[in-house]
Write a protein of this length. Structure first.
Length: 366
């Protein structure tokens, strides 16, 4: 797949140009946010069908959203001629199969984060998008955070000079979620893939997606199997803590870490250092949520951010970007070709933790 990252896909929408027919695969909690986003677009879209392995959930969701069809099998949903695009809202290990099937069936796809449970599955999705010519977007709402958009612009303009270091940290004091999130055979991974994917993708996006080269890291179950919260400790098979040192193309080193539970106060922080400035983002405060500094060794000063770009971290905003991309023929607002860098780093981190050694990830053919 040489040159896949530079290739710009060409999309065409063959359905009713006045109303895009939507199918929702997976009727769990996150699907409600997708449905709300579609409903806010009025007559531009219509929810046609809902599929879920628990057919009663599909039936209830279809009734709630005014969808004509409900079914257990997503294959039956994809066979409906009125479905032009789908939201894949299943658990992580079930993202790839329905997404690939939908693309091969000629449907545009919006898939929840993380993109897939493994890099191999993510690659299958990218290839299906390219071969079908249909749009594939990952629902990563942080891509539209105004502060992150402003930071990406600053890096791209060269405001920081030569970037050499980045940091993406998310420490949750006590946040183990339980349910399907703690089961590896369903979720694929734990804290890193659940919430760590936000900071990891955001930092790669702000840097302009330098390719991962090597990963050295640790993933561990510190609190999960002990219990003490609202989850079944006997079912805990994922990590609740992970950290990594990642070498990126262009001479950039990245420190990445996330924990569902750690004996620190909550801390979410994104930082990038260059030889002519630096920036930091605190997505949940303290204020100011973005700080940019420019200068050299003796003249470093804060640069005011006068006006942030338009954006929102509401899932409905991401859904609107998906629909608008379909309407105008692409490109994907959150392209899978580079989002899969998060999967490459996750796979490398898990392997590094297992073997106790650095993992070279540059040989992967994408």
């Amino acid at each position: 797949m040489a040159g896949v990252l530079e290739r710009r896909l060409s999309f065409s929408f063959q359905g009713d140009t006045m109303s895009i027919g939507i199918g929702i695969i997976g009727a769990g909690g996150i699907s409600r946010a997708h449905a709300k986003g579609y409903e806010e677009l009025g007559d531009r879209v219509r929810i046609v069908a809902v599929a879920d392995i628990a057919v009663d959930k599909a039936q209830q969701a279809a009734a709630d959203w005014g969808a004509e069809h409900s079914m257990q099998r997503y294959e039956d949903l994809l066979a409906l001629p009125g479905v032009d695009a789908v939201s894949v809202c299943t658990h992580n290990c079930a993202h790839s199969a329905p997404a690939v099937a939908a693309l091969e069936a000629g449907k545009h796809v919006l898939v929840e984060k993380p993109m897939a449970a493994t890099t191999e599955e993510a690659l299958m999705m990218v290839r299906a998008s390219h071969s079908s010519g249909k749009l594939l977007m990952v629902e990563m709402k942080w891509r539209f955070m105004p502060e992150i958009l402003a930071a990406r612009d600053a890096v791209a303009r060269g405001d920081l000079g030569r970037v050499y270091f980045a940091e993406a940290i998310g420490w949750q004091h006590r946040g183990i979620p339980g349910r399907s999130f703690i089961k590896k055979d369903v979720a694929g991974g734990g804290a890193l893939m659940d919430n760590g994917v936000y900071t990891l993708d955001a930092i790669l996006y702000m840097l302009g997606h330098p390719r991962p080269l090597t990963v050295s890291g640790t993933a561990a179950d510190i609190f999960g199997s002990r219990g003490g919260g609202n989850w079944d400790a006997t079912e805990f098979t994922v990590e609740d803590f992970g950290s990594a040192f990642v070498r990126l193309a262009g001479g950039i080193t990245l420190v990445f870490g996330h924990a569902w539970a750690i004996n620190f106060d909550d801390q979410w922080q994104l930082r990038i250092a260059g030889d002519r400035g630096g920036l930091e983002i605190h997505p949940f405060g303290p204020e100011p949520r973005i700080r940019i500094r420019r200068g050299g060794y003796s003249d470093l000063v804060d640069m005011p951010v006068a006006e942030l770009p338009e954006g929102s971290t509401d899932i409905g905003y991401a859904v609107r970007q998906f629909v608008e991309a379909i309407e105008v023929g692409g490109p994907s607002p959150v392209p899978a070709e580079t989002f899969l860098y998060t999967n490459i780093i996750f796979d490398g981190l898990y392997e590094s933790s297992r073997t106790g050694s650095e993992v070279d990830v540059r040989a992967l053919d994408i």
